[in-house]
Design a protein around this ligand. Structure first.
Ligand SMILES: [Zn+2]
Ligand SMILES: [Zn+2]
Length: 138
């Protein structure tokens, strides 16, 4: 999706020093649409021959989230998952295959009321069930 020079420009525009490790991580995130956990990111990068430490991966992810390049989503459990899509969108979780799908949700049309909210940082919504792919197999 993005070349390394584009990723470099993105990091620099956010005031992040574009080290090779950060570029590898960002490149991985642009290609992974599974909302991976830090464990999965670490394992996949290691499998690709990139020996980043878990602390390096975690620290870079945290920095990317702070700078608005990634978003954290919490679904079923407390484990943080990282999402390259930073606009508001919904998730559909398949209880059959475990896939997490990005779904377009028009939050403004939902007209949900949160009278106690002082300010809202992120809007999340997720539905669970069986995805089309699993259902068609079924
Ligand atoms: Zn499924
Ligand atoms: Zn998502």
């Amino acid at each position: 999706m993005q070349s390394f020079s584009e990723l470099t420009a993105l990091l620099e525009s956010k005031g992040i020093k574009p080290s090779l490790q950060r570029l590898l991580l960002l490149d991985y995130m642009y290609h992974c649409h599974e909302h991976p956990t830090v464990e999965k990111i670490y394992a996949d990068l290691a499998a690709q021959g990139h020996a980043l430490s878990k602390a390096t991966v975690y620290n870079a992810l945290t920095l990317f989230v702070q700078k608005g390049i990634l978003r954290i989503v919490h679904l079923d459990n407390s484990e943080a998952r990282y999402d390259i899509l930073t606009n508001d969108h919904g998730h559909f979780v398949c209880e059959c295959c475990g896939a997490i799908y990005d779904e377009p949700v028009d939050f403004d049309q939902l007209n949900l009321q949160f009278p106690e909210a002082g300010s809202i940082r992120q809007r999340d919504i997720f539905y669970r069930g069986v995805c089309k792919r699993c259902k068609d197999k079924g």
